[in-house]
Design a protein around this ligand. Sequence first.
Ligand code: 5GP
Length: 143
Amino acid sequence: MSLDGTYDYDNIFAKILRGEIPNVTVYEDERVLSFMDAFPQSKGHTLVIPKAPSRNLLDTDPDELSNLIQKTQTIAAAVRQALKPDGITITQFNGAPAGQTVFHLHFHIIPRYTGVVPGPHASGQMADIGELSALADKIKTAL
Ligand code: 5GP
């Protein structure tokens, strides 16, 4: 999947938005959904996605992007308050050669802990749902 192409309405995040695949939600409003990454690179790895369909940062509406990054900031602040990480990495990939694996725009919020090396990106190692729910509850409380 290069940068070009049409939006695939069967991508995993589109299915999550339609409620066809479950997710552990952190935050939702009319324009944005935030949920726990099912294959987290660190404890508290959270995703923030727009509800409007777009493949990546380049083909999204600028106003949607502005709203998305502002919500990402708010949720990152809640992750900070809830989980007390030593740092936070915010990432976003455009196109498969850049590392993108799900072709619906999203920001990653990856809490970083001193001395802990984050896991590999999209590793395929699924997290325990109970653990994700407990982390999401803490973040929700901080929001
Ligand atoms: P990308 O590689 O496109 O930047 O990021 C996609 C992210 O989605 C990865 O971090 C991956 O772990 C996560 N992911 C893939 N499938 C699912 C899923 O079914 N549920 C959730 N919550 N996250 C997923």
